[in-house]
Design a protein around this ligand. Sequence first.
Ligand SMILES: *Cc1c(COP(=O)(O)O)cnc(C)c1O
Length: 369
Amino acid sequence: MENNHVTVLEIDLNSIEYNFNYFKSKLHQNTKLLAVVKAFGYGSDATEIAKFLESKVDYFAVAYLDEGIALRNVGIKTPILVLHPQKVNLEKIIKYNLEPNIYSVNLLTAFIEIAKKNSLQNYPAHIKFNTGLNRLGFTYKDINQLSSLLKDQNEVEVRSIFSHIAASEDLNEKEFTLHQINSFKLIAEEFISQLNYTPFKHMLNTSGIINYAQEAQFDMVRLGIGLYGFGNDEKETNKLKNAITLKSVISQIHTIEKGESVGYNRAFKASSIIKTATIPVGHADGISRQLGKGVGYIYIHNQKAPIIGNVCMDMIMVNVTDINCNEGDEVIIYKNQEHIESLAKSINTISYELLTAISQRVKRVLKKC
Ligand SMILES: *Cc1c(COP(=O)(O)O)cnc(C)c1O
């Protein structure tokens, strides 16, 4: 189906490349780089980002099977780590040459069984250890059982072992993070001594690279939001280039008389005469309803236009009383990282949630000069 919506998400590939190089420059020359393109590439366009980065990265990661299949279907040949495979999908993981994160005895047993059934040899799998996030993964006390399941078989090979930091962006939690890093080192040492080969190791996400590249770089890092232009704070974000711009156009302009209301539930009532613009983007496109009633704002001709009343499914109305604008003029719904961070903050969330909420209805447009 052709997408001819006028609301578009512009993805700047030059900025993605710049951000990629920025993080690369923080790493040792031989540290491998995995680009995380889960959730449609943080709401952008996973297949386009992957095609663009394929020659530069060592690995991709996605969260779920179908995200990995989408990459294979556009011809991506790079190894792809599936961070959260489900037992019911293991056959397909193999069929599409994807590499599962194995985080439990249950999953490992099932995977070895399927690998045997398919007569695989040294099929790569990645073993995840829980060092404090308490989300997925084995712990130190699982090592003996893990090793005994893995030895005496050559269908599955542990390609890497990894862990994930709970608060890599928060230096107030540095002590806890260093403890996680140390636990991972102890686990790695013990586990590798029981295997008779050495998988590679990785632990850092974007803010991990920013804060712990000395302590926990290991053999690979997993770069996610940084690629898309966001660091762990304003200072770091300022070093990155904006890659994501959400744009639209004014559909209609109204004059609202004093006492009239705007939108559903009459959530806005004019206390004086005002001018509004209706924009074709709504909560079905990913604009949180919490940004209504004056909380969020967009940019029109570089001036702030607050959202008034409730966000509708397909539209928002903004106050343009003091802005010289016309029907058909361009508007910027998400201007840059600073704008997205400020909107996220005003509704108690983080940039990740605003980005990944941008729905598939919004047309994606690639920019590259
Ligand atoms: C999402 C994810 C990442 C990437 O995190 P960013 O903060 O976006 O860099 C890395 N590792 C795992 C396990 C993840 O789930």
